[in-house]
Design a protein around this ligand. Sequence first.
Ligand SMILES: *[C@@H]1O[C@H](CO)[C@@H](O)[C@H](O)[C@H]1NC(C)=O
Ligand SMILES: *[C@@H]1O[C@H](CO)[C@@H](O)[C@H](O)[C@H]1NC(C)=O
Ligand SMILES: *[C@@H]1O[C@H](CO)[C@@H](O)[C@H](O)[C@H]1NC(C)=O
Ligand SMILES: *[C@@H]1O[C@H](CO)[C@@H](O)[C@H](O)[C@H]1NC(C)=O
Ligand SMILES: *[C@@H]1O[C@H](CO)[C@@H](O)[C@H](O)[C@H]1NC(C)=O
Ligand SMILES: *[C@@H]1O[C@H](CO)[C@@H](O)[C@H](O)[C@H]1NC(C)=O
Ligand SMILES: *[C@@H]1O[C@H](CO)[C@@H](O)[C@H](O)[C@H]1NC(C)=O
Ligand SMILES: *[C@@H]1O[C@H](CO)[C@@H](O)[C@H](O)[C@H]1NC(C)=O
Length: 358
Amino acid sequence: CNMLDFARCLVLCALVGSVCAACPSRCECSEAAQTVKCVSKELRSIPTGIPGYTRNLFVTGNQISRIGPESFIGLENVTTLSLSNNRISEVESQTFSRLRSLRFLDLSNNQLAVIHPEAFTIQNQSLRELNLSRALYNHSSVTDLATSLRWSSLSALQVLDLSHNSLILLPARIFSHLTNLRRLQLSNNSLVAIHNATFQGLEKLEEVDLSLNALKTVPEEGLRELDSIPTTTLVLGDNPFMCKCGIEPFTLWVNRSQERIRDVDGLVCAFPVSLRNTSLLEAGKGDLALQTSYVFLGIVLGFVGLTFLFVLYLNRKGIKKRIYDLRDACREVWEGYHYRFEIDSDPRLSQVSTAADA
Ligand SMILES: *[C@@H]1O[C@H](CO)[C@@H](O)[C@H](O)[C@H]1NC(C)=O
Ligand SMILES: *[C@@H]1O[C@H](CO)[C@@H](O)[C@H](O)[C@H]1NC(C)=O
Ligand SMILES: *[C@@H]1O[C@H](CO)[C@@H](O)[C@H](O)[C@H]1NC(C)=O
Ligand SMILES: *[C@@H]1O[C@H](CO)[C@@H](O)[C@H](O)[C@H]1NC(C)=O
Ligand SMILES: *[C@@H]1O[C@H](CO)[C@@H](O)[C@H](O)[C@H]1NC(C)=O
Ligand SMILES: *[C@@H]1O[C@H](CO)[C@@H](O)[C@H](O)[C@H]1NC(C)=O
Ligand SMILES: *[C@@H]1O[C@H](CO)[C@@H](O)[C@H](O)[C@H]1NC(C)=O
Ligand SMILES: *[C@@H]1O[C@H](CO)[C@@H](O)[C@H](O)[C@H]1NC(C)=O
């Protein structure tokens, strides 16, 4: 509070006789806007004494490493809470449970390594949006996260942002308790595959963003999974798609699902280099088919060659024998020829032989 506010507050307190709504040092409080901001003040914990009228609370850009239930007391009116850009690595069980009106929780840009099972539980199940963008320390945190999403009674959650983390694979049924989720942001992770039951339970999902991941293709299992959320709009661009044989089921699926892929024109091959930037749909049609037929031809020829070698191998004894026979035959022929040559070259013998022939 500045001095003027403080004076006004004192007067108000004197007049009304109610508890004076003070403001924690290093924070700015606006009762009119029901907003409290404690921004970039090197705070190491959530300040105490935040006024009860607060609806919007921003404690951002500080150095808070742990938050727990004692961090938020008497804040039943807070609807928007931003804790982004701290260094939060641990969220205890029931941390937010007394924030009975909480609708928007922003934990982006933190380093969550330990997330307790009921970290996001809120008594009133009022949470609508949870922002965990760039919030996980590394992929290992996903196990804690999955447990927590399951145990935290987030049945009212509509938006979940998990972008810019280092997620490699999503555990099966990780979102299965988020039955009202509309928007799922998974962009800029390192997802390499979509397994069975990844999206199980997301019956109201309207959009999932999988762009900027590490998908080289989406094999049958993943396609089945994407078909299990048939009305959901998909964003799939900026993945390193590998346009070699085997990708056809995916390109066919892309063609079939064009209407619900928002960035269908942005789906291009990253490899091989000769097809780089070629649309997946085009690759599915022409070059790839040709390339595939060459590969097929190669495989067939290789197979024929191998069969030939194998037959040779099976007959190796017979062949050896035949080679010896051949050699013997050759020798006989050669010796015969040699003999005849000697006869031919000796006129006397030649006469003898002609006489004998006759
Ligand atoms: C929360 O808001 C309601 C209505 O605006 C008010 O009556 C109540 O006192 C507030 N709670 C606190 C702890 O100030
Ligand atoms: C989450 O926070 C980041 C910034 O930290 C912001 O860019 C993003 O839009 C937020 N996500 C949602 C769904 O609001
Ligand atoms: C529960 O949350 C809703 C908003 O989501 C709010 O209107 C209602 O007053 C809350 N109930 C309690 C008991 O705080
Ligand atoms: C995540 O970080 C922890 C602690 O540094 C480490 O033990 C673990 O191996 C890391 N996990 C991954 C997938 O990098
Ligand atoms: C993706 O995330 C990494 C950090 O994880 C960041 O360096 C990079 O800028 C992000 N890319 C985009 C396009 O946002
Ligand atoms: C995925 O589900 C299908 C049936 O829907 C099943 O045949 C297949 O074995 C499952 N794959 C894995 C890896 O669980
Ligand atoms: C592919 O397209 C991107 C942008 O659309 C461009 O920067 C890049 O040079 C292109 N690469 C090739 C090999 O055409
Ligand atoms: C997409 O499928 C339609 C038939 O459903 C077909 O006529 C068309 O050629 C296909 N396009 C591509 C690029 O494969």
